[in-house]
Design a binder for this molecule. Structure first.
Ligand code: ZN
Length: 681
């Protein structure tokens, strides 16, 4: 075996360059990473030591061609670490993390490389570049500059120190949060206090207690947002209050797990780093490299939504208060009562029982007659199972995707079932990214976490799981339709505040009448889903949206407020800062707490969404406006699909995304469709 070649060191010869999963063994990874990094550093050295004047070809195109072996091993390794992890992989990942970070820094902060990019950027108007290449130059210059490549040596040292200190602080924030979340789990003595929970939930609480040495008691563990799923069903008001109060106490109790000082120091250091890089605030630094471009643009949108959301939440509050009275309650509705009375009102008003829908959502029908069917109607593409091609696990199925004329589009790999070796959630991934420069095709994957039914039983999906499948397939289409020259622009390689937009749009087809009628059939009888069930789902769409929008906006505003402080500002009190920020936009209703408070806001203080939590609703503006366009223009037609594919999906990150949007929509996005969807008028 010693002389078997390392499969990562040359492009795969399988169809679509599918990685040869059958040949890959654990001992191939580390040598391939080492060889791949060394190869890329040699390629970069060849660029920086070239005595010829910098050109697009000898600098940017050479960079785009560099690191292909590293790319091959990294995509396979990191795909597997999410989809089918092993102890070997987990250990190697830890070993590789600092090496890969140092590798990226060595290239990004290389002064000779930056000098060549900057020289090209300086002369950009005289270079007569095609639009994609002009954009490539702009992106390289911006990214390297924002990473600090243009700083003096002394400032680079300061930057490295700030980065290191910030990485320590954000890791500590995360550890404190985890510890406080565990410490604050609610202990219940008497099972009667858990009235309203199901048998499975009660036995989970008993097990959680036993694990903590509290046999005979019950423990309710906290989850990440402020709210908790059990708040909707616990009938005991005191237990609800204890649960929500515990949730909101994370990180503010003093002692070693208190996160308040960390919030203050992290935001202070981020502001200082932003100033070093030439920006007024961290939010300005982050949004400069997003479609939003400035914190002012983000604030304008959030300010526009906040008053209507707050007003709707107050109306919802009144109808919940009425439900309290009707129930014989003689108390003011509190935050911990919201979910409980919302469920009562929802049942009374819409009679929606989502479990009644499962028999109509059989996985194979949803996939073939729903998800694939909608794509065929829109884009003319067809899907052929390729059982002869194997992926990382027998449960991952390979499909070949072709255009209407039979020309190839790429491979789609579907891995839907949950496994112990798979991380939670759902995601899309590109195994091979399209590029005409490199001559590479496209392979995309979708991972879900659907519990596997007993052998011989059908897989019946929940409403949310069907939504997720349509959503992730929207990302897959973004990857499959890539039509770009440079690999860094393929498919979903777009800004963070833009990437969710195509996947959100694809969700619209789930309930589109022609699509729904085609797939939502009873798995046993073949009967269509009853129309009144469909109608009730549609009618209940804006129910409780005032609350949902308010709690989200409050968190997005806090994230922005913390990151709009400048290096000169001194903030000393977390609670006072939060209260002032929320009051300024009218989102300070105590019955509607923010989705995350600062001391347990992992997205913004340790999760990479700093100054970026606004992204979800930002891309939803484009999504809702696009759904309106499809609806106005005849819906599910080839002409509509082709327009969306050619002008938007295929462009990927190869140009200004908002210009692509304008080309597709004929104008900039309007916010009205989002206001309608969320009932914010
Ligand atoms: Zn997504």
């Amino acid at each position: 075996m010693a002389d078997s070649p390392n499969p990562f060191l040359a492009p795969s010869t399988l169809p679509y360059q599918l990685p040869p999963f059958g040949e890959i063994r654990n001992e191939h990874y580390r040598p391939a990473f080492d060889a791949g990094m060394a190869e890329q550093l040699a390629e970069v050295t060849a660029i920086t030591t070239d005595t010829a004047e910098p050109t697009i070809e000898n600098t940017l195109v050479a960079l785009e061609r560099s690191g292909q072996a590293l790319q091959r091993v990294a995509t396979v390794f990191f795909s597997l670490s999410s989809s089918d992890s092993t102890d070997f992989g987990t250990a190697l990942e830890e070993e590789l993390a600092p090496l890969l970070a140092a590798h990226t820094d060595a290239i990004r902060l290389d002064p000779a490389l930056y000098a060549r990019i900057a020289a090209l950027y300086e002369r950009r108007d005289a270079l007569d570049l095609d639009p994609e290449t002009a954009y490539l130059l702009d992106r390289y210059f911006t990214e390297y500059t924002l990473a600090g490549a243009g700083l003096s040596d002394a400032d680079k040292m300061t930057l490295r120190d700030l980065n290191m200190r910030l990485s320590t602080l954000t890791t500590r924030f995360e550890k404190n949060l985890l510890a406080d979340t565990n410490d604050l789990a609610v202990v219940i003595d008497d099972v009667a206090e858990l009235d309203g929970l199901g048998d499975g939930e009660i036995s989970a609480a008993a097990e959680a207690a036993a694990e903590r040495g509290l046999t005979g008691k019950y423990v309710l563990t906290l989850v990440l947002p402020t709210s908790h799923p059990y708040l909707a069903s616990l009938t005991n008001r005191t237990v609800r209050e204890r649960l929500l109060t515990a949730s909101r106490s994370r990180g503010i109790r003093g002692g070693q797990h208190d996160n308040r000082e960390l919030v203050l120091e992290i935001t202070r250091l981020r502001a200082r780093r932003a100033r070093l890089l030439g920006f007024a605030s961290h939010a300005a630094y982050v949004t400069a490299d997003e479609t939003a471009k400035s914190p002012e643009a983000v604030a304008e949108m959030l300010d526009r939504l906040a008053p209507a959301a707050a007003r709707n939440a107050r109306e919802e509050q009144q109808s919940l208060q009425a439900a309290v009275r009707a129930d014989g309650g003689d108390f003011e509705l509190a935050a911990w009562d919201w979910a409980f009375y919302t469920e009562k009102v929802r049942q009374a008003r819409y009679d929606v029982d989502t479990s009644a829908m499962r028999p109509y959502f059989e996985l194979e029908r949803v996939l073939n007659d729903g998800v694939f069917y909608a794509a065929t109607r829109l884009y003319g593409i067809t899907f052929t199972a390729r059982p002869d091609l194997t992926a990382w696990n027998p449960e991952a199925r390979v499909f070949e995707v072709a255009n209407e004329d039979g020309s190839p589009v790429g491979l789609y790999i579907a891995d839907f079932y949950t496994r112990d070796s798979k991380r939670g959630g759902a995601w899309m991934n590109a195994l091979v990214s399209q590029s005409t420069l490199l001559g590479t095709p496209t392979i995309v994957t979708n991972n879900l976490n659907v519990p596997k039914p007993a052998a011989g039983s059908p897989t019946l999906l929940s409403f949310d799981e069907v939504t997720t499948l349509f959503h992730e397939f929207g990302h897959a289409l973004h990857g499959l339709f890539a039509q770009v020259t440079y690999p860094r622009f393929a498919g979903t390689n777009v800004y963070r505040d833009f990437v969710e937009f195509p996947s959100q749009v694809n969700e619209m087809w789930m309930l589109w009448p022609e699509v729904l009628a085609n797939y939502a059939r009873h798995y046993r009888t073949g009967e269509s889903m009853p129309q009144e069930l469909v109608d009730r789902i549609r009618e209940s769409a804006t129910f409780n949206e005032g609350f949902a929008t308010s709690e989200y906006l409050a968190a997005a505003l806090l994230d922005q407020a913390w990151h709009r402080i400048t290096a000169d500002d001194t903030v000393a009190d977390v609670a006072a800062f939060e209260a002032a920020a929320l009051a300024a936009v009218g989102l300070d209703n105590p019955v509607v707490p923010t989705r995350y408070a600062s001391t347990y806001f992992a997205h913004t203080f340790s999760g990479g969404y700093d100054a970026g939590y606004y992204s979800y609703i930002w891309s939803e503006v484009l999504d809702a406006d696009t759904v309106a366009w499809f609806t106005e223009n005849g819906g599910l037609t080839r002409a509509n699909g082709d327009r969306f594919r050619d002008r938007l999906l295929g462009v990927g990150g190869s140009g200004d995304p908002l210009a692509a949007y304008r080309s597709f929509r004929g104008r900039d996005a309007h916010i009205q469709p989002l206001l309608d969807r969320r009932g914010l008028n």
